[in-house]
Design a protein around this ligand. Structure first.
Ligand code: HEC
Length: 114
């Protein structure tokens, strides 16, 4: 698990605690997110398990981490020429749906207890 510098706020904070029970965390729709993430899949892999080390694996990542990262690319707080372009077009809702999708996928790196 990666550590982020900032603490998630409000509802997202509750979701971190409830990460084991993802369904209790009504922040994103993984089915909608799968459709919205088609453009992301060319780099990050269809299920978020990128096979190219240039592109981080998103499968099994905490959804709030994904939303946070995307928000920071969009705001410019986190800088990457590729990702700021993609994040710019995403609404908060898009980020939450996409995060729900990738988070629900099994990471090939490790087995998550869910
Ligand atoms: C052209 C390839 C490409 C596409 C398409 C792409 N990404 Fe990325 N993504 C990257 C790269 C490269 C990085 C690493 C950037 C960095 O070092 O900050 C990254 C980083 C990320 C991160 C941060 C991961 C971490 O572990 O910190 C997230 C989240 C993410 N991308 C989500 C998305 C989403 C959602 C989409 C679709 C809307 C998308 N990406 C589309 C290449 C891509």
């Amino acid at each position: 698990m990666r550590i982020i510098g900032k603490k998630p706020i409000g509802m997202l904070g509750a979701c971190v605690t409830a990460a084991i029970v993802l369904s209790a965390c009504n922040t994103g729709d993984p089915v909608v997110g799968k459709q919205k993430s088609v453009v992301c899949q060319s780099c990050h892999g269809v299920d978020g398990n990128s096979t190219n080390p240039q592109f981080p694996r998103l499968a099994g990542q905490y959804p709030d981490y994904i939303v946070q990262a995307l928000s920071e690319y969009k705001s410019g707080e986190r800088k990457n020429p590729i990702m700021s372009g993609f994040a710019a077009s995403l609404s908060k809702r898009d980020m939450q749906d996409i995060a729900a999708y990738f988070a629900s996928q099994k990471s090939v790196l490790h087995v998550l207890k869910r």
